[in-house]
Design a protein around this ligand. Structure first.
Ligand SMILES: NC(=O)c1ccc[n+]([C@@H]2O[C@H](COP(=O)([O-])OP(=O)(O)OC[C@H]3O[C@@H](n4cnc5c(N)ncnc54)[C@H](OP(=O)(O)O)[C@@H]3O)[C@@H](O)[C@H]2O)c1
Length: 520
């Protein structure tokens, strides 16, 4: 027995034991006949139901214009679920029990009468909490966010009152604005009708397990946290690359581009988590305060300096996995001379005590060589004595890679002696693989996010000042590119790693892009 006491136990610590209990509520989805509802929201709610995470009782009401009965909508959702879900077999008894909680409300967003109908429907559920605890999910076009919010408030469904014991929450999808000005306007409009604390701005990246793990990795491991400073870190690379093109979303993408679609939200969020200071507690506001502080310390540059700090590109025809694919300008609903960027690389500097002088490189693009999201923290080389003096640049500096997807995990690269009588040093990798350690289960981001909204925890959502600060970082880049037609050198063949200028951006400081997933 004593011998067993000496063994290294894997103690786990549940942090969510103090989490707020989920209270009975109704989730009202505005824009319920849309793609997001069918592909993400309903499957996520169904999985939460199967895992007994939803409150008891709960209801789901879909609001959209098309006429359909509750039964017809339930059937549609079941068919969509079978089309999109990873688990193809639906257990009929489970689905029917879940679907009995789903209702449909036909209505037009601008019609006050439709909200009265919704009120009556909620009242018909016969439980005060199902009528007054509401999660209003705006799965609508962003131009309709303010309209629906105003109508909700006017119809008495959305109240700012505190202390009643009931809560109404608004969940707002991305994109949140097109620039700082429009994001501010939208914030002003929403906060006319709702408190900031009732608004949950979604960035689905924050629902990913591996993104959440960044904070745990950093602040529960003294070994790494001590190295997380300019004294040890040479530079950081954040890559989110996709092999997919824009597919059927050409119309949306023409308006957005990679800067708005990826950098302003997902990449800056990952950067904030990687670089922020430790929060004073795990309370949502403390974590969000630190993220905002970090974003505010990113050095501003004016449009004239953009070419030194940022690179854009657009995919031309090329090959992905041996298949020929068209260029962006040949995609449906894309202009034949479009200058919309499908690739962005940028070098950002964080002007604070911890990170002064450490470049943070961000890169994202469509039709790149790999589907991969990872953060690589590249450490400084050893002093130029002993092994380094003999090996020169062949002695690789250490690095840690946080792989966000696929093959979620963490790898540490360091040098070791190759076995044998000769003296040979080469890099070796220590790998932590999520699937190997915990099994294949990774819940969908929306599952986690919906549960957090229902529980009233806003840690994983973007606060007003956060979204506005992020826009103020990317706006000068946008301004510098607007009206400037793309040059030939900015086109990159599909299946490559983007335009050559993205490599030059790093080469200027003696750096180069490195990825672990492809093994180079
Ligand atoms: N799809 C995704 O995977 C995804 C991912 C990230 C973010 N988003 C964001 O999520 C939001 C919704 O996306 P989505 O793809 O689901 O959109 P969508 O397919 O266009 O669906 C929106 C739905 O809203 C309903 N609607 C539109 N105008 C209405 C009106 N005036 N009154 C009542 N209902 C109206 C429509 O249904 P009826 O025709 O029946 O009225 C439509 O099906 C957007 O902001 C999008 O940017 C989507």
């Amino acid at each position: 027995m004593e011998a067993l006491d000496q063994l290294d136990e894997l103690l786990s610590c549940r942090l969510d034991v103090g989490r707020k209990a989920v209270k009975p509520c109704t989730i009202v989805i505005f824009g319920a006949s849309g793609d997001l509802t069918a592909r993400k929201l309903i499957p996520a709610l169904y999985h939460l139901y199967l895992e007994k995470q939803l409150p008891d009782p709960f209801r789901i009401v879909g609001f959209a214009r098309r006429a359909k009965s509750d039964a017809a909508w339930r059937d549609e959702l079941l068919q969509d679920w079978q089309k999109y879900s990873r688990a193809k077999d639906v257990n009929a008894a489970n689905w029917n029990a879940f679907a009995a909680n789903i209702f449909y409300c036909e209505g037009e967003f601008s019609d006050a009468g439709a909200y009265q109908k919704l009120r009556n429907q909620l009242a018909g559920f016969g439980h005060e909490a199902l009528r007054r605890n509401l999660v209003c999910y705006l799965a609508t076009s962003p131009s309709q966010f303010a309209l629906v919010t105003e109508q909700l408030q006017k119809s008495g469904l959305l109240l700012r009152d505190e202390g009643s014991g009931f809560e109404q929450k608004l969940v707002v999808e991305k994109p949140f604005g097109r620039d700082l000005l429009s994001a501010r306007q939208l914030n002003n409009e929403l906060t006319r009708f709702a408190h900031e604390k009732q608004i949950y701005r979604i960035d689905h990246y924050l629902g990913k397990e591996t993104v959440q793990n960044i904070l745990m990795f950093r602040f529960s491991n003294s070994v790494f946290e001590q190295l997380w400073t300019r004294q040890s870190v040479d530079h950081v690379q954040i890559t989110v690359s996709e092999t997919l093109g824009v597919g059927g979303r050409g119309g949306y993408y023409e308006e957005a581009g990679a800067l708005r679609d990826m950098v302003q939200n997902h990449l800056l969020q990952v950067l904030a988590l990687i670089a922020m200071e430790p929060p004073v507690s795990l309370e949502a506001e403390c974590i969000r305060d630190e993220k905002v502080k970090l974003l505010k310390s990113i050095r501003e540059f004016g449009p004239a300096q953009v070419s030194s700090f940022a690179v854009r590109g657009q995919y031309a025809a090329g090959e992905i996995d041996g298949q020929k694919v068209p260029g962006y300008r040949q995609e449906a609903k894309v202009g034949a001379d479009s200058s919309t960027e499908t690739f962005v690389a940028a070098r950002l500097l964080v002007d604070n005590w911890r990170w002064s002088g450490v470049p943070f490189y961000l890169r994202t693009g469509k039709r790149l060589a790999l589907n991969s999201s990872e953060v690589r923290v590249q450490f400084r080389p050893t002093p130029n004595v002993l092994f380094a003096a003999q090996c020169g640049p062949k002695l690789d500096a250490n690095s840690i890679t946080l792989r966000l997807q696929p093959n979620e995990g963490i790898s540490l690269r360091f040098n070791g002696k190759a076995p044998g009588v000769s003296m040979e040093i080469r890099p070796v990798r220590m790998q932590f693989d999520y699937e190997a350690e915990f099994g294949a289960y990774t819940p969908e981001a929306y599952q986690r996010l919906l549960l957090e909204v229902i529980a009233g925890d806003s840690t994983l959502f973007i606060r007003r000042d956060e979204v506005e600060t992020a826009w103020s970082i990317v706006d000068p880049i946008r301004q510098a590119w607007t009206g400037q037609p793309l040059e030939a050198a900015e086109l990159y063949p599909a299946g490559s790693w983007g335009p050559a200028a993205a490599d030059d951006l790093l080469a200027r400081l003696g750096h180069k892009w490195r990825m672990t997933q492809s093994g180079h």
